[in-house]
Design a protein around this ligand. Structure first.
Ligand SMILES: [Zn+2]
Length: 282
């Protein structure tokens, strides 16, 4: 932008120098030429001065920037410019990375050889149009986006490289690079660990289930005893809330018993709290 301002200031100065020269010439010949001619010359100089002001004030860097579009906007509504950007990007890639390189090459393929990244990034940062190079014939906007497209690709390559070597660890105790993960999970040692783990889980589950079943059997006896001792009146069984134990086995035994009992006998079960409040079994 400073160079844009520089050109405007420079042009203003140069035009002013020429205007000053013409003015000096008119002054020199004032006595020699007819007065009408002298006045027309002076008027013309005055107009040129005004036109210069108008024109140079209108040309501001901002006027050009207002036409600037993002790559996304261009991709959406200007296929020609988009193609030009990709073409310039491809030419620059060839220029910087060699004849066999292309911005269109497969994403698994690294554009820049390992170790050359820094140099290539710097070359892109410093890239400017020079006669004969890929960016010379194109507009600043196209060149800017072309370089951005390459930068993005290089960044993704680098990111991908880093992902491959990122250290990871497995619960089986293995530590290695992310890139070897797929191979690791097919490894025999890992497979044996997976099998051992699932066996361990199965036997833990079986042990838990066996414990629950024995708790359930004991709870069924308790519930059945409580029911035999409960008060019964007019098709109702009154059951003390305080006798309900807070365990999964007991609650299940209770529910099973009540639903079986009410089906057989048709009696309703009512819970009585310590304060004497009644509630239905639901
Ligand atoms: Zn493992």
């Amino acid at each position: 932008m400073s160079s844009g301002n520089g050109i405007i200031a420079e042009t203003r100065e140069k035009i002013q120098t020429e205007l000053d020269t013409l003015l000096a010439v008119l002054e020199d010949v004032q006595g020699v030429i007819p007065e009408g001619a002298y006045l027309r010359g002076m008027n013309a100089l005055g107009s040129l001065h005004r036109h210069k002001q108008t024109a140079l004030t209108a040309i501001r860097p901002g006027a050009i920037l207002r036409c600037w579009k993002t790559l996304e906007e261009i991709e959406e509504d200007d296929e020609d410019i988009y193609d030009e950007i990709m073409e310039v990007a491809d030419d620059i890639v060839v220029e910087l990375c060699g004849q066999d390189s292309s911005i269109y090459s497969d994403e698994r393929y690294n554009l820049v050889h390992r170790g050359n990244e820094q140099e290539t990034f710097q070359a892109l940062m410093d890239y400017k149009p020079r006669e004969g190079n890929a960016g010379y014939e194109t507009s600043p906007m196209v060149l800017h986006h072309a370089i951005q497209v390459i930068m993005e690709r290089l960044f993704n390559d680098t990111y991908h490289e880093l992902e491959i070597v990122r250290p990871v660890s497995c619960q089986c105790g293995w530590r290695g690079a992310q890139g070897n993960w797929d191979r690791h999970i097919r490894n025999m040692r890992h497979q044996r660990w997976v099998d051992a783990e699932s066996e361990k889980r199965q036997s833990e589950n079986a042990a838990r289930e066996a414990i629950f079943q024995s708790e359930l059997a004991r709870a069924r006896e308790l519930v059945s005893e409580l029911f035999t001792k409960s008060r019964r009146e007019n098709g109702m069984i009154y059951f003390k809330q305080e006798d309900v134990k807070d365990s999964r086995a007991f609650k299940q035994a209770m529910e099973d018993f009540i639903s079986a009992w009410t089906q057989i006998s048709g009696e309703r079960v009512i819970f009585v709290s310590e304060q004497g409040e009644l509630s239905w079994f639901t």
